[in-house]
Each structure stands twice: as C-alpha cells, then as structure tokens.
Design a protein around this ligand. Sequence first.
Ligand code: SAH
Length: 241
Amino acid sequence: MLGSLKADILLQAAMRTETQLIIDREALQPIGAFDANSPAEAFTGKVGPRQVVLVTHGRDPTHQCDRIGTIPAATTCAAALARFSPKLIVNIGTCGGFLARGGSIGDLHLPERVAFHDQRVPIPGFREFARGELNTLPVDALRAELGALGGTCSSGGSLDATPEDRAILETLEARCKDMEAAAIAFVARDWRVPFIAVKCVTDLVDDPEAVQDAFLRNLRSATMRLATAASALLRSDYLPV
Ligand code: SAH
C-alpha cells in the first residue's frame, strides 16, 4: 500500500505529542517509517473524500527525543513529498507569540508569510536568500472559518532568542516564532506544492517567564486546540484540494 499511497493533504508536525490527538480523532492508521534513512513516521486515513497523510519527524536515534527543528523539517518534508506526492502541505504545531503584537497563550495562527530570524548573511543577495521570506497559500476564508490570526511566522534553530534574533523578529513584525515552518515552506516552494501552517501559541517570547516553562505548561491545551483546528481544516470547503 505504502508504495502507491498518494496524499491529497500532507500534515507535517515535528513532535508526536502535537499530533496524537489528531491521529486518535481522525482514526489515522500507522504506516511506520517511509524513508529508509529517517526515523520519521507516517499515519494515514480518509477524511471525507480526502486522503490524509500525517508525518512526524520521529525520535532521534542518538538523543531519544523528538526531532524538532529546521533540518528534520526539511528532510522529512522532502522525503514525504517524494513518497506521497501531496497536493497541499500543512505544517501543524506550536509556536511562541509576542505580547508586543497583542499575542496571548492559545492564539491560533494561519500565517500569511514565513521567514528565518537566525540566518544572517550580510552580503547582498545572500542576505535575502538567508532571510527566506515566502508567502503561504492565501487562505483568508479558511483562516476566518478557524477563527485564526494571520501575520508572519519566523523560524530558527533555537527555542530561545538572542538579541540579534529579537531585532530581526521585530523587523519582520513576527507574530509567531517556531522551529520548522520556514524550512518546510522552502522545500514546498521547490516542489511547487502549496504550503500553509497552523500554529498555536504555547509561550510568549517577550514575557519575563522562560519560554520552556510556559511551553511545557501549555502544550496540552495547545495540542487540543490544534486537533480541533485540524479536524475543521481537513473538512473545510475552503481548501484548494
Ligand atoms: N522542550 C520541549 C520540546 C521543544 S519546544 C519538550 O521537552 O517537549 C520547541 C517546539 O515547539 C518546536 O517544534 C517549535 O516549533 C515549537 N515552539 C514553541 N514555542 C516556541 C518558541 N518560543 N520558539 C521556537 N519554537 C517554539
């Protein structure tokens, strides 16, 4: 089955925790590893007429943790594109929000744009390449249906933010900070597959509390909000597939 399975929608999430509720609610069936050189895992099922494949980045064989971050995001996306030929990629996960932009824990975002805040190359041409700004597929009606916000989601390799990162996040007017969206958008652009992201705020980047403490406290409620959003998205009349 795996060799010929094609997806209408590819849902990609870094962490298994972020997806278990979606797997349960949509009764997605495990199909295990789909790339011989990666621990990424896939699950599949039909939601109405749509064939859905959900991939997570899997557990790192050396460090025994979920493979969060831009590198597993890009390699998992490329492998899933090659294997499942999806018509749409949806990156689903948690993110940091910003008090200065009116953000709150639990906010849901369907960003209009993605970028990288920690790739800095002060050479003309490379500067813009490294910043990696890309527009997501325009989905205003879906955003309204889900009660989600728009804005820019900026990705980087770290959960914390250095002063340089913060200055660039400010320039980008970022409303979400994550570790995957811009990497997946980069691969999706090369493959000419439309890309959107659904992000729920677990922590506030500009709050005095350490982001990891807020993240761990709010992960469960964010996961529930993401599962509800995923169910609505997978059944939406406003998707192009
Ligand atoms: N330490 C956590 C896992 C890492 S949190 C644990 O033990 O479970 C980072 C994950 O959440 C990444 O996949 C990232 O996309 C997302 N994320 C949430 N808040 C973030 C923030 N403020 N900055 C960057 N990524 C964030």
